[in-house]
Design a protein around this ligand. Structure first.
Ligand code: XMP
Length: 311
């Protein structure tokens, strides 16, 4: 039977309302499709009893804090921004192993969330976990930061009851629900963006300076690749460095990877067939705007054996 968004929305809003009652719920919105759809859905159920919390972790894309909070507020959603970049960088300092990074991110994320929960006296946390997150964590492919039970985090420890209304849906279903909920098209059709943000695209230590490089490169890659409507496209900063020449001088600089993939549900993916002229334009802009970069590469890896992100 075809998936009915109307039926899903009415059932999900009723369930959220029943569970939360007159309580206060928080929904941490990263600006990604899943958490935005979740916030809109929960807002329909709870109105003023829902607070969308944007944790400014210093790992977001350019301008994201403003853009996301503006969209939420424009739709009448109570929105709070928690400035926490310093705490996140402190937690990630010195970490280079992907799973250590994910764990450090998770711990500081839930600590920050815990603080907001106490501040707003919230008793419920609405999360945008989707079916693919569960599947990947179960398969031990990687630990997604938002699958609490599976990664051994007790919500009780954080003083929360968890509600995951999208847990049975895959990405296409989530987008359909988002459209039906009246989200702006550039939000429900938005590329997925991972919870741990640009930290998944910095191989090696995540420092403010290194995130700044990948953020700048991401602006260029997203802008040039937009017209192909890829499932996901972004820039990655590698840990390795390479020799190059900038302003007539040899430097041992950074390596940026352009990543773009086609996929339905993020469980498998193939690289986008990008015309060489476009790749060439991207490399020129990256060299021009980011002085530290000496090499730009295009990633040809499908998933499997690769994954979409780099950590
Ligand atoms: P991978 O890298 O495993 O990613 O091929 C599959 C999809 O999941 C996104 N992703 C995440 N999303 N929390 C999230 O909310 C995470 O920790 C996380 N890690 C990866 C990734 O962007 C891709 O769409």
């Amino acid at each position: 039977m075809a998936f009915s968004t109307t039926k899903f929305i009415s059932q999900a809003t009723r369930a959220i309302k029943r569970q939360v009652g007159d309580g206060i719920a928080l929904c941490a919105t990263s600006g990604g499709v899943d958490s935005m759809v979740c916030a809109f859905l929960a807002h329909r159920a709870l109105e003023g009893n829902l607070i969308a919390l944007f944790i400014d972790d210093g790992l977001m894309r350019e301008g994201e804090t403003k853009t996301v909070s503006r969209i939420l507020r424009r739709h009448g959603i109570r929105t709070a921004v928690a400035p926490a970049a310093k705490d996140f960088f402190k937690a990630l300092k010195g970490k280079t192993d992907p799973e250590d990074m994910r764990k450090a991110f998770r711990d500081i994320f839930y600590k920050t969330l815990g603080r907001a929960v106490r501040k707003f006296r919230a008793t419920y946390l609405i999360q945008g976990t989707i079916a693919a997150d569960i599947k990947e964590t179960k398969g031990k492919i990687k630990s997604q930061h938002n699958v609490l039970a599976q990664i051994g985090i007790s919500p009780k420890k954080y003083g929360l009851s968890i509600i995951e209304p999208l847990v049975k849906l895959y990405k296409p279903g989530v987008r359909k629900v988002g459209k039906a909920l009246g989200l702006p098209e550039d939000i429900h059709q938005r590329m997925p963006f991972p919870g741990p943000g640009l930290a998944t695209r910095v191989v090696g230590e995540v420092t403010p300076a290194r995130v700044k490089i990948v953020r700048k490169a991401t602006v260029i890659v997203e802008k040039e690749m937009k017209r192909f409507k890829p499932f996901q496209t972004f820039a990655v900063l590698l840990h390795d460095r390479a020799t190059g020449i900038k302003k007539g001088k040899r430097i041992f600089g950074n390596i940026i990877v352009i990543r773009s993939v086609e996929s339905k549900d993020a469980l498998t993916a193939t690289p986008t067939k990008v015309p060489f002229t476009v790749l060439d334009r991207i490399q020129k802009k990256i060299y021009r705007d980011i002085p530290q970069v000496t090499k730009v590469l295009y990633d040809l890896s499908p998933k499997p054996p690769s994954t979409i992100e780099y950590i």
